[in-house]
Design a protein around this ligand. Structure first.
Ligand SMILES: Nc1ncnc2c1ncn2[C@@H]1O[C@H](COP(=O)(O)OP(=O)(O)OP(=O)(O)O)[C@@H](O)[C@H]1O
Length: 219
């Protein structure tokens, strides 16, 4: 038994990569050492191992200064081969924001916002059905400083004015659907429904949007 075992496997000297089976000596060094080409390949891919970069993200990193909803996102200086620059979750476009950006009206958002600055009070927007007039225009405008709620003095009283966008829809179902859609796009909960009107409290600027059917009073 001992003789049989010693015949099966003997190593030569202290070299662990050499195995002796019977009267044959086999060197495993070629199998144990990684091939040189692979080492080179690994060295090249090493920086990516610091943090996997999602496909297309490199491009996005380069476009880090892209405007998102009118706010320029932060851009970090190139750090010479350190960890790849990654955009935070908030900076990445959500599927909803991507869908908004794909609407025809998105390209005109700056023009729409600029048109109502200064002393201009009225803007008529004409666009195809589904181009984003109802869902997007209020979201563009509620970011404007003039749309924010302000306190003004009337006689001796300080009163809050502005901070409201009223949107009319001819049918209650249409109003509810629109309110629900815009609330989802803005990431705000739907407001409580008042009698004969539907509305949602909107956006972090504390503006308020009321979506109404004709004939109802503003929220
Ligand atoms: N409730 C909803 N669910 C899913 N997508 C919606 C919803 N409401 C609107 N959308 C999407 O938003 C896009 C813009 O809709 P919006 O109502 O703003 O267009 P519109 O220009 O006002 O159309 P219309 O002239 O018919 O009122 C639609 O094309 C659709 O893709």
């Amino acid at each position: 038994m001992d003789q049989h075992r010693s015949k099966r496997r003997k190593t030569k000297g202290n070299d662990p990569s050499v195995v002796k089976i019977g009267d044959k000596t086999i060197s495993l060094s070629a199998f144990l050492a990684p091939p040189p080409a692979k080492i080179e390949e690994k060295a090249q891919s090493a920086p990516e191992e610091n943090g996997p970069v999602i496909e297309g993200e490199k491009e996005e990193q380069a476009r880090c200064t892209d405007e998102i909803d009118g706010h320029a996102s932060r851009k970090r200086p190139q750090d010479g081969g350190k960890k790849p620059l990654r955009r935070s979750k908030q900076e990445r476009d959500t599927p909803m924001l991507k869908a908004r950006k794909a609407l025809p009206i998105w390209a005109y958002r700056d023009e729409i916002k600029a048109s109502l600055r200064g002393d201009k009070d009225i803007l008529l927007v004409v666009g195809e059905t589904g181009s984003g007039k109802s869902t997007q225009t209020p979201q563009f405008l509620c970011e404007e400083p003039w749309c924010h709620r302000k306190k003004v003095r009337i006689d001796t009283n300080m009163v809050g004015v502005g901070g409201m966008i009223a949107i009319t829809q001819p049918r209650r179902v249409a109003a509810t659907t629109l309110a629900s859609r815009v609330a989802r796009e803005m990431g705000t909960p739907l407001g409580s429904s008042g009698e004969g009107s539907v509305g949602y409290s909107a956006c972090s600027y504390k503006s308020f949007c009321g979506i109404q059917t004709y004939g109802n009073t503003a929220l």
